[in-house]
Design a binder for this molecule. Structure first.
Ligand SMILES: [Zn+2]
Length: 105
């Protein structure tokens, strides 16, 4: 997945605009506020976090697989690690397969 620099609001200063891509002391890529260097989390659409098309995201309703309200599920997606996203993706795929095959759990 390509690194997206999303428009963001800095929680620590009045800056609003694209985040600046840099690396933390451990060399991990992070986005920071160009004004005050506060680390920023880019606002990624839920389906972008999962790496699937929007239509597929809506059709597979992964929040159902996670047994969560959609809003709560999407709030978590903004903060999850790629490993956790992989796990959610597999669950959603299993769920939509089950539905497509007309099986019930
Ligand atoms: Zn700032």
């Amino acid at each position: 997945m390509s690194l997206r620099i999303a428009h963001t609001n800095c929680p620590a200063c009045p800056y609003s605009g694209p985040a600046m891509a840099t690396t933390d002391p451990a060399g991990k890529p992070i986005n920071v506020c160009p004004e005050c260097s506060t680390p920023l989390t880019p606002k990624v659409k839920p389906w972008e976090a999962l790496g699937i098309p929007k239509a597929r995201y809506l059709a597979s309703r992964p929040w159902k697989a996670a047994k969560m309200e959609r809003k709560a599920f999407e709030a978590i997606l903004e903060h999850v690690t790629p490993e956790a996203v992989d796990c959610l993706k597999r669950e959603a795929e299993a769920e939509s397969l089950v539905e497509a095959l007309g099986l019930s759990l």
